[in-house]
Ligand binder design. Structure first.
Ligand code: NAP
Length: 465
């Protein structure tokens, strides 16, 4: 379909095709007054962001959200511009000069660091990288995690990513075999010789950020016993009072109940253990031979005013691997105003603002890079609704700048390996066909060249989609 030469419908570029970007695209396309055309950009040739590269492969139900996104992609005013990187292939000015509005939905690309000595020793990793590796993200598929020579792995943090990492290491071969875990990761994970994964929380069971179903899953592992010290469930007075107060969420109370159940269990002698340890903070990653880590030095904490405070009591935990799983972090991109302190695009309720607090007309933000890396996939639906409401409000108020340029095809062609929706469909088909005989949802392509080649098979001359 040829593009409208006039400025209506309004043209919007959404940058980032994860859940927040796709929800924003869906909501923009649902608007009838005014109408929008949406071009959804992604630096990868594949869509869906963390649904493809973050959600654990043994959680296929969570990934089913892409069915709704596929419907959005069928819309006649939708186009996918995969393989186009903001800041490399197209600039912020390119987007502003071609579109009435740009919505940044770029997520939080990196991880929070612990900031302790030894953090860069071999064997010390960001959980985010491990997650991207087992999910076959082409930037991370070449990484190495030495699960063959580690007997104990530590995971720092009490969030769902920490749970995902521990569970992926603990899954039995049969449990892994039916997933879309990248082949290179299945090979390493099934050969892994880790006997214990220790999940370390700086605060106590009451303050853990796990959600209940994820914590419950730890007690249902085929190959691993779950170990919790009953002493850790004897809450300090402050935590107990907080837990009983209205400030605590039902999730916190249920987490404590689940952990109490674990503490009461007798280990069944399974080949692996997943152990929870609370009120400890790593203060150093200890160096072993050849630049490899050999353990962690930890300090015990107490809860003071809801926060973890070291009590000056230290001990060592022998472990050959550590995954810091203490949150994702946004990075500055393409000159878009950035709040360094919060690690987010500077914004007021989804409208991008510059360093002086002035609104950058026609620029918006949604998802983790707007509000921080928290919440489940569905949280982004409401977040994107709020942002899209601002786009609609501004367009109705005549506040969207008129773009100077119209040739979107030429803009996308600035990227040497741009992939349209048919290109992604070709990748998708190839992956699914490879998975079918193995009873897996797909076998992922994990290499940039392979992905581009597969996409080319589906490339079309069509300018939309
Ligand atoms: P998170 O839920 O924010 O958890 C981060 C954890 O790191 C917290 O326990 C935090 O402790 C701890 N932490 C932060 N700084 C630390 C430090 N310096 N030392 C020790 N511990 C530290 O983050 P996440 O696990 O990365 O998850 C991100 C979001 O994705 C969450 O909303 C999560 O629920 C969601 N997610 C959901 C699923 C699912 O639904 N299955 C799966 C994966 C992720 P404090 O509380 O003390 O700060």
């Amino acid at each position: 379909m040829a593009r409208m030469p006039t400025s209506r419908p309004f043209r919007v570029a959404v940058v980032g095709s994860g859940p927040s970007g796709f929800y924003a695209a869906t909501q923009l396309l649902a608007s009838t007054d005014p109408e929008f055309e949406v071009d959804l950009y992604d630096r990868l040739p594949t869509p869906f962001g963390l649904v493809r590269a973050g959600v654990a492969p043994d959680h296929p139900k969570i990934k089913a959200v892409t069915k709704a996104f596929d419907k959005t992609a069928e819309h006649e005013r939708f186009r996918f511009a995969g393989g186009v990187e903001l800041g490399t292939d197209v600039s912020r000015d390119d987007l502003r000069s071609h579109y009435h509005a740009v919505v940044y939905a770029v997520g939080t690309a990196t991880d929070r660091r612990m900031g302790i000595p030894g953090e860069d020793l071999r064997g010390s990793h960001a959980a985010t990288e491990f997650v991207a590796w087992y999910n076959g993200h082409p930037d991370y598929s070449g990484l190495e995690f030495d699960l063959l020579n580690a007997r104990r792995a530590a995971v720092i943090g009490n969030g769902n990513v920490a749970i995902d990492v521990a569970r992926m290491i603990a899954l039995a071969e049969g449990e892994l075999a039916t997933t879309d875990t990248a082949d290179h990761a299945i090979e390493v994970l099934t050969a892994a010789r880790v006997e214990e994964v220790v999940i370390l929380g700086r605060r106590g069971p009451a303050q853990a950020a796990f959600t209940n179903p994820e914590l419950r899953e730890m007690g249902e592992l085929e190959r691993a016993d779950v170990i919790v010290d009953p002493a850790d469930l004897e809450l300090d007075a402050e935590s107990q009072a907080w837990l009983e107060s209205e400030q605590a969420h039902r999730t916190n109370r249920l987490n404590v109940e689940i952990l109490r159940d674990y503490a009461a269990r007798e280990p069944q002698g399974k080949p692996m253990r997943v152990r929870f340890e609370f009120l400890v903070s790593p203060v150093e990653v200890l160096e072993g031979p050849e630049g490899h880590m050999r353990g962690l030095r930890l300090e015990r904490n107490e809860i003071v005013d809801g926060r973890a405070k070291g009590i000056g009591e230290f001990f060592e935990l022998e472990c050959e691997l550590v995954f810091r799983s203490i949150g994702y972090l946004g990075v500055p991109l393409a000159g878009i105003p950035f709040d360094e302190r919060r690690g987010l695009i500077r914004n007021e309720g989804g409208r991008v603002v510059d360093d002086d607090g002035e609104i950058c007309a026609g620029e918006y933000v949604t998802g983790w890079i707007k509000r921080g890396p928290s919440g489940v996939i569905g949280t982004n639906k409401k977040d994107s609704q709020d942002t899209v409401a601002k786009v609609i409000e501004d367009s109705n108020a005549g506040k969207l700048p008129e773009p100077a340029k119209e040739d979107i095809d030429a803009l996308i062609a600035q990227a040497p390996h741009a992939v349209d929706w048919q290109g992604w469909a070709a990748i998708d088909q190839l992956e699914r066909e490879a998975g079918e005989p193995q009873g897996r949802p797909r076998v992922k392509l994990v290499d940039w060249d392979e992905l581009r080649q597969a996409a080319r098979r589906g490339a079309t001359a069509s300018s939309r989609r």
